[in-house]
Design a protein around this ligand. Structure first.
Ligand code: KIV
Length: 279
């Protein structure tokens, strides 16, 4: 059965948790769909974990479209949400609608995600009016890293918490079908979840949200530059990959790979004839 934004609505109505994992390529998306994830986020965390940038600022529309296409090919039956990269929606409502449209038409996304609260509500409204589902993202919004002055937990003071609640209500009112809450104290995320009719997806926001999202390279211990407090390693794929690479290097150096079972055969007569000819 195809997973859509209705899967989200039904899950919230039935009190069931929603799952989201990032992916940036065909094979990973295929494995995630086979595992049964509800939705895949082609996150602009692509910049950090796939492209090696120190933040998400340099990620382009072309990067997002390129990776989103591959993900959708790998996960045709999963809700694929594509991040709108930095400066693809902040310049004007017009730019935002055009760029959201490109992620749908060229990237084959099923929905887009963008960062911000009240200030981006006109953009959320215009994109949803164009029949493109929008997932909002509040709390720690990595595209605002330079304005925040670092990656910090958000909503810790009474005023900051009140602002986050107002932002959550505003993005819902503007038409978002879901909202990501990143690095928000658990009691605040739970309160927001109880107040909203739309799905909340937490990352570093405790267990009281409607769903969870993690960057796949974090949860599989493939990305080792840093490990936020909320990340759990569900498998040690990074170590397994290193073991595999090392095994290959050792066997090639020792001439034990490729073995006979990996070879293509040639008729003995032809081999002998060739040897005679090219002695
Ligand atoms: O880009 C991303 O992967 C994200 C998640 C951290 C929510 O926005």
């Amino acid at each position: 059965m195809k997973k859509t934004i209705n899967t989200y609505r039904e899950a919230k109505a039935n009190g069931e948790k929603v799952t989201m994992i990032t992916a940036y390529d065909y094979s990973t998306a295929k494995l995630e769909e086979e595992a049964g994830v509800d939705s895949i986020l082609v996150g602009d965390s692509l910049g950090n974990v796939m492209l090696g940038y120190e933040d998400t600022i340099s990620v382009t529309m072309e990067d997002m479209i390129h990776h989103c296409k591959a993900v959708k090919r790998g996960a045709p039956n999963t809700l694929v949400v594509c991040d709108m990269p930095f400066m693809s929606y902040q310049t004007s409502v017009y730019d935002a609608v055009v760029n959201a449209g490109r992620l749908m038409k060229e990237g084959r996304a099923n929905a887009v995600k963008l960062e911000g609260g009240k200030e981006v509500c006109p953009v959320i409204k215009a994109i949803t009016d164009a029949q493109i589902p929008v997932c909002a993202h509040i709390g720690l919004t990595p595209q605002a890293i330079n304005a925040f002055g670092g990656y910090k937990v958000q909503g810790k003071s009474l005023d900051a918490a009140k602002k986050l609640i107002e932002d959550a209500l505003a993005v819902q009112e503007a038409g978002a079908f879901a909202v990501v809450l990143e690095c928000v104290p658990a009691p605040l995320a739970t309160l927001i979840t109880e107040k909203l009719d739309i799905v909340t997806i937490g990352i570093g926001a405790g267990n009281g949200t409607d769903g969870q999202v993690l960057v796949y390279a974090d949860m599989l211990a493939m990305f080792s530059d840093y490990k936020p407090k909320f990340v759990k390693h569900f498998a040690n794929v990074g170590e397994e990959m290193k073991k595999g690479f090392k095994g290959y290097i050792d066997e090639v150096k020792a001439s034990s790979y490729p073995a006979e079972e990996h070879e293509y055969k040639l008729d003995d007569e032809i081999t002998e004839e060739l040897k005679k000819l090219y002695k």
